[in-house]
Design a binder for this molecule. Sequence first.
Ligand code: C5P
Length: 223
Amino acid sequence: PSAVIVAIDGPSGTGKSSTSKAVAAKLGLRYLDTGAQYRAITWWMITNGVDTDDPQAVALAAGKPAIVSGTDPHAPTITVDGVDAAAPIRTREVTAKVSAVSAVPEVRTLITALQRSIAAEETGGIVVEGRDIGTTVLPDADLKVFLTASAEARAARRSGELRGQEAAGLAATREALIKRDAADSGRKTSPLAKAADAVEVDTTELTLDQVIECIVTLVEEKR
Ligand code: C5P
C-alpha cells in the first residue's frame, strides 16, 4: 500500500523536523509538524490575551482559532485564522509557553482530532512528527520511530537553529530544553513517550543524512 503512515516522536533537538521533512520528500509522502500546531494555538492565546498559565482559560478558548497545516514537505505551511504563522510560532515566548498550553486536555483533544483527519485524507501517505503520535494520535501507524540524542547534542543542535534569530547562550538553551522536555514527559494527558512497538534511533553520533537513510530503509521494509 502506498498510503503508508509514519510516526516520528522524540524530544526537542533530536533533528526530528529536518529528518521527518526529508524522509517525506524522499518517499513522496505528505508531512505534518504537530509541534507547529501546538505552537500556533499558543501564539493565538498570547496574541488574544489568554493567560497561558490558567488551564481553564486555555480550555475555554481552545476551540476559537482555526489552525490549518499545509503538508507539502518541500514547503510546509501553518496559518491561524488565515494568517501566516510560520515565523511568530518560533519566538522564544511561544517556545516558553507551549508546554503549558499543550498539557491542557481540551487542547489535545481538538488538535489530535485535527491531526487524525489530516492523516486520513485520501491524498497519499504521510510522515507525522511530534511527541505522542505513535502512542496516542496514530497508534496504528505502519512505522513508529522514536528519536533520541544526548542532552549535549540536543542543546547544541537547538542553539544552532536559533542562531541569527534570537541569540541564546548554550547553557540557557540547554536549560530551557530540559525544562520543556520534563514538562512534556511529565504531563498527565498523552505525555512524550516511546510506543512499545517503536524503533528507537539514537542520533547522537549520526549525521542528518544517516538518520534519514535509516528511516527511509525502515519505511521501505514496511511497504
Ligand atoms: O516539536 P516542537 O518543539 O515544535 O513542539 C513544541 C511543543 O509542542 C512541545 O514542547 C510540546 O509541548 C508540544 N507538542 C505536544 N505534542 C506533540 C507535538 C508537540 O505536546 N505531538
